[in-house]
Write a protein that binds this ligand. Structure first.
Ligand code: XMP
Length: 511
């Protein structure tokens, strides 16, 4: 088990996950829980952080948890809403601010304190994002720092290790924010910085061994980072009792099935490659609607995986590469149900493999941590740095119906683009890239011949999590070279366009 180090209580702020990531960067383990759903063992945590919130402490739907077992008993850092919450309910005053308090501000210290003493100079830039302000500190509050517009920017409660800060230390614009979190967690709360990729691997391997014992586990490999790291850690724990299945749905990148399968085998994984391309193509025949395509691909995958899982006798566990952002319960701050409601499956109607017990070795870590854990286990850098690739693969990048010939064309185009990015040293500067095959033909001229062939669109985006994205300003020279290469080398394409739409309002994929 991980040590219970830091509990982050989420009041619905858009920045809560950032707090967790900053804490983890300090090699300290933390967990996020909804403000109104304290975990059973919450008193075991060594320190607590209260997040910000889009709500107001003065509003109707005020979020008001009972913190009597925490306040004054554990070191507590209250951020933004958290700081206002402590003030409002403990004898202080919170009111709407007169001026807009959003953006950069600079701290001036009123009283020396451990929170700022180490590594934070007067004038340090912090990020403000709030519309209420703390007019009067809570009972026994001592003012620590102010900014030009915010008098009560940081305070401490006398006789307690309780701190309130109006700004957001988790946001990069707070230049010394990470230092402040370190001062609070390491200096004040004395939490040990022992959470490292190696320690995670050791404890997870031990946990898997205890949970799974000598049972058999099946896992679907996708070629992506998460399933690969999950497989390697499980392989470390249980070796040949892990049965990996890597399905070729025929919609992967050019040569990807063969090359990734060889890589998996080279890593010592017990992996079976299943080429089901024809089955998927058949299932997709005549389908043009994007959602119908996703369904058809999803169903075909379930059938193939179920067939394969049945061939492993006595398998009792299904491993998944689920990561922390998929697990964190989101907080509803508008009076609705407090957490996302998970759909409950009708167990009787599920394929057999879905009735297996679930093991998810990465469920408590973020994507950047998955990569670090992968690197610490010696997984190839190139594999860990791969761009995300959608489950339905090229199926949702071929607009309209899918045929074997269209898949061939797009695989060739995609390979020219992706290899070109790698050769130009641009691949790692882009979050995701790919090509779309459009359902239109355009007129062209080659030699003296008139052509009437396909149009492809290239897409390259910058993003952190795919929720929002910007198109990448690829050098014109690179685009020019790539376009020439595609038109010269890929039979059936006579026009290349570059997608310059951001998300929102566009999406990354075209379907
Ligand atoms: P959009 O197009 O929604 O894509 O901006 C955001 C991210 O999600 C990926 N994506 C998918 N991944 N199954 C997946 O596993 C899907 O059906 C799917 N659709 C989009 C997309 O590649 C991008 O990274």
């Amino acid at each position: 088990m991980q040590e219970h180090n830091v509990l982050i209580l989420d009041f619905g702020s858009q920045y809560t996950q950032l707090i967790a990531r900053r804490v983890r960067e300090l090699n300290i383990y933390c967990e996020i829980h909804p403000y109104n759903k304290l975990p059973e063992n919450y008193t075991n945590f060594k320190a607590v952080i209260l997040s910000g919130s889009p709500n107001s402490v003065r509003g109707e739907n005020v979020l008001h948890p009972d913190l009597s077992d925490i306040r004054g008993k554990k070191p507590l850092l209250a951020v933004c809403y958290g700081a206002q919450y402590l003030a409002h309910f403990s004898g202080g005053e919170v009111a709407p601010s007169n001026t807009r308090e959003y953006g950069r501000a600079n701290l001036s210290f009123v009283k020396n304190n451990e929170l700022f003493l180490d590594g934070i100079e007067a004038g340090s830039q912090v990020w403000m994002s709030h519309s209420d302000t703390i007019k009067a500190l809570p009972e026994n509050g001592i003012l620590l720092a102010s900014t030009t517009d915010v008098i009560n920017a940081a305070y401490k409660i006398e006789g307690e290790e309780t701190y309130g800060i109006q700004f957001h230390p988790e946001v990069y614009h707070s230049t010394d924010g990470k230092k402040l979190l370190e001062n609070f967690l390491v200096k004040i709360a004395q939490v040990a910085q022992t959470w490292t990729p190696d320690s995670f691997v050791d404890s997870t391997v031990a946990e898997i061994r205890e949970k799974v014992g000598s049972d058999k586990v099946v896992l679907g490999l996708s070629g992506g980072v998460d399933s690969t790291v999950a497989a390697v850690i499980l392989n470390k724990a249980i070796g040949k009792n892990l049965y990996c299945i890597f399905v070729n749905n025929g919609l992967l990148r050019k040569n990807e099935f063969e090359s990734v399968l060889a890589q998996y085998e080279g890593m010592g994984l017990n992996v079976k490659g299943v080429d089901a391309s024809k089955r998927f193509l058949k299932a997709l025949e005549g389908i043009t609607d994007p959602e119908q395509k996703r369904k058809a691909i999803g169903n075909a995958f379930i059938e193939v995986f179920d067939d394969e899982a049945h061939q492993i006798t006595d398998v009792t566990w299904l491993a998944q590469g689920t990561i922390y952002p998929d697990v964190i319960e989101s907080v509803s701050v508008n009076g609705g149900p407090s957490a996302t409601i998970k759909s409950h499956h009708n167990v009787g109607g599920l394929p057999d493999f879905m009735k297996l017990k679930i093991v998810e070795p990465l469920r408590m870590i973020f994507k950047d941590e998955v990569r670090r854990v992968g690197a610490s286990m010696g997984i190839d850098k190139e594999l860990l740095g791969r761009h995300p690739f959608p489950g339905p693969g090229l199926g949702i990048r071929i607009l309209g119906d899918i045929t074997a010939e269209k898949v061939r064309i797009l695989q060739e185009v995609d390979a020219v683009f992706i290899n070109g990015l790698k050769e130009a040293g641009l691949y790692d500067k882009v979050w995701q890239a790919g090509a779309m095959l459009l359902p239109v033909n355009s007129v062209g001229v080659m030699g003296d011949e008139r052509t009437y062939e396909k149009v492809v669109a290239l897409r390259a985006v910058e993003s952190t999590d795919g929720m929002t994205a910007d198109w990448v300003n690829l050098p014109y020279e690179f685009l020019q070279k790539t376009s020439n290469k595609i038109i010269n080398q890929v039979k059936g394409v006579n026009r290349v366009v570059y997608d310059i739409s951001s998300k929102p309002p566009a999406t990354i994929e075209w379907e």
